[in-house]
Design a protein around this ligand. Sequence first.
Ligand SMILES: Cc1ncc(C[n+]2csc(CCOP(=O)(O)OP(=O)(O)O)c2C)c(N)n1
Length: 480
Amino acid sequence: MGQPPSDRHRSYDLSLHTDASFRGFGHLHNYLGEPHPPFRRIGDAQDCRRHLQDAVCRPSRGQDRPRIGDIPATGCGRTTAGRGKIPAGRTARHQRLCRGRPTAMIDTNEFESLLRGHRYELFSGVPCSFLQPLINLASNSLDYVAATNEGEAVAIAAGAQLGGKKSAVLLQNSGLTNALAPLTSLTNICEIPVTGFVGFRGEEGVPDEVQHEFMGRITRQLLEVGGVHVIHLEASLPAAAKQLEEGQDYLRDGKSVFYLVSKGTFSSLDLKPPPQRAYQGGTLTISSCRDPKRPHRHDVLKIISGAKRHDTVLLATTGMCGRELFTIEDAPNNFYMVGSMGCVSSIGLGLSIARPDRKIIALDGDGALLMRMGNLATNAYYRPDNLLHVLLDNETHDSTGGQATASSCMNWPMIAHGAGYSHVASASTLSEVEQALDDWLAQPRLTFLYVSIAPGSISPLGRPTISPADAVRRLQEFMR
Ligand SMILES: Cc1ncc(C[n+]2csc(CCOP(=O)(O)OP(=O)(O)O)c2C)c(N)n1
């Protein structure tokens, strides 16, 4: 126990240490001038690690965290110079985090004024205990859309941003991987900037559950690789105000900005009881589903494209759907989603909330909807009348070679009905499609239109020549 750490330890980060590597922890504690931990067993790596992290603590940003290699390899290390290094690096926040003594933190109510000052209008997210005050704030007094996963939250925020409502997502870093597809292939390439507040679990030097350690280490890189500008939010209002200001420049340039939020950054704020919403049911118009002579996607899209008006917007899902729509007619009110598979109805939800004066038609595929079925629940919960969610079900991943999906064994109208859509219609002929469209345009209410289509696509098949970012700018111009 009292052996000095070997050279092997020198380059290691504390969080990477294993049971064996903790053999030098007694020496480390001598060096730090800390009392020895109360552990009896060397093998108790978790406890050792927590204790050591607590003792070392992360110094303020911009300074390197001390590593075991910083500690003299021999001797007890009780030198003034050596001991002085670490306390000097401790900020008030680290003392607060590590010692449990509250010092600086942001008053959540005052932060609301900052957010309002920067005209944030819509929030979407998935809860995180570190962000609890912010999520409670959004849920109590701001426009908050509770998403089923973080990718959905990003897509909802992007949809609202597309419609002119400045939007932010609230999520835990554990859910970042859920958000990566829309961050990399929607907000990034379409230049739809969203702001994010990310609960920073597993932050270096802050004791946390083991499952957060790895994600804590890669959070910043993950976001940066995803094309997001990252700012670690300071736990004081004036400093955070400056950082919010700094973020606006990135947003204006079309780049998303995410703020890492450490534990205890915001003062607590109670959640007001959310409005009670019960299953409302809806109407269901089922035709002869899956007619053997079902139409092709191209024919259905022709009808939908032909029905577009000055107040409609068509959002087409990933793959051949967007390409066929473009081939039929490229129009300023078309958005061809590339990537972000499964997110089209979430973009539609955000856009329909932001633009109640427009009628939004989200064209989905069975493979895509299967990928993010939680969207159905969120769409139904928020029930915007101006959203028509069309599922073009060919029971395959047509765009990638016709591989079967599980869709052939599913009853989609019943699923959408069970999720709580206001109205569900199904169509397996072109005249039924036409009828359902007319009904929705005449009486807008959240509608799920199930269309059974045949696999296959037209030939030759075009591909949007307009870039995703230009298509977004064109659509925004159209909606002005
Ligand atoms: C996250 C993700 N996984 C996989 C793909 C590859 N991919 C592109 S289109 C597609 C199939 C989509 O199937 P479906 O939604 O049923 O539409 P269809 O092609 O049948 O019109 C797949 C798997 C992707 N773009 N993104």
